[in-house]
Design a protein around this ligand. Structure first.
Ligand code: HEC
Length: 264
């Protein structure tokens, strides 16, 4: 579902703006804060971390997520779509997980429009299942980096539910080129001409969450099968000396500021 639907213009634009400094995902990650040593990575007091995973069906997960959105919104819907199935298939520790605890992710965290809850929820799931960013086991981070990039470049929403609440023809597709809720929703509202409170906007966000859950489970399944390869190749901290998303010019125009690079 995912790769063939990526917005190729977005990809080439990103490549153009980051120039030639394309790094392997592993290198990029290790530049930002370094890896935890295995002994420093701690789970909860009673449970081991990471948590067990069994293969899930992406389409079933996306359907659960779509419906959950109408109860708990994006971030929580993505988390619940995976963890509710693992509660049944695995049991503990998923049974003890407070399943609605991440409802605050809605609207880019309480309506502040920061990170979209869909990638935020997906990254919580990936890191719970895959574990800490320790040497030899960085895949939770890699899958999260892949999700951020995929979310930014995909023509969203990708997924259409079996029983859509709104006619799919009314849900236009947009590429956010950003994982930020504000930008993702804003670009969609601009193209559709519809308000934040419209039924279509709500259904669009439910489908964006479902699309992200689908992609997440695809990635988790490849990881589980031992065939996962990281694809994200971008790291703003190491390339630009500041945390950030790839398309600096979207916000700064032609005048992207240079951060101070001296370490002292
Ligand atoms: C989502 C919008 C957005 C994106 C994308 C973005 N920035 Fe910024 N950036 C800002 C805003 C807003 C400020 C605060 C500007 C201010 O205070 O004048 C800022 C501040 C900065 C600063 C520090 C303040 C300054 O003016 O020197 C640097 C350096 C910077 N950005 C570089 C970058 C680089 C490099 C990228 C791409 C890797 C980037 N930005 C991407 C919005 C963005």
């Amino acid at each position: 579902m995912a790769k063939d639907q990526l917005d190729t213009q977005g990809v080439s634009r990103r490549k153009m703006m980051i120039g030639t400094g394309i790094l392997a995902a592993g290198t990029a990650l290790s530049q930002f804060g370094g890896l935890l040593k295995p002994a420093q990575a701690k789970g909860g007091p009673t449970e081991k971390w990471p948590w067990p995973y069994v293969k899930l069906d992406p389409r079933t997960t996306a359907e659960i997520c779509y419906n959950e959105w109408y109860r708990v919104f994006c971030g929580c819907a993505v988390i619940n779509s995976v963890f509710s199935q693992l509660r049944k298939k695995v049991g503990e520790p998923y049974t003890s997980f407070p399943i609605d605890s991440f409802v605050f992710l809605e609207g880019g965290q309480m309506g502040w429009g920061t990170i979209c809850g869909s990638p935020a929820g997906a990254n919580i799931v990936a890191n719970t299942i895959i574990g800490p960013r320790i040497a030899g086991s960085p895949d939770g981070h890699h899958i999260s980096a892949d999700i951020m990039q995929w979310y930014s470049e995909a023509s969203m929403p990708v997924f259409t539910p079996k029983k859509p609440r709104i006619n799919p023809a009314k849900i236009v597709k947009t590429t956010s080129e950003s994982p930020l809720c504000h930008i993702s929703v804003g670009k969609w509202m601009k193209k559709s001409g519809l308000s934040l409170k419209s039924k279509e906007r709500k259904d669009r966000c439910a489908r964006v969450a479902a699309s992200t859950a689908y992609r997440l489970v695809e990635l988790l399944n490849t990881w589980h099968a031992g065939t996962y390869e990281p694809t994200s190749d971008f790291s703003a901290p190491s390339e630009h000396g500041i945390t950030g998303q790839f398309n600096c010019m979207d916000c700064h125009g032609d005048d992207v500021p240079e951060p101070p690079m001296s370490t002292s």
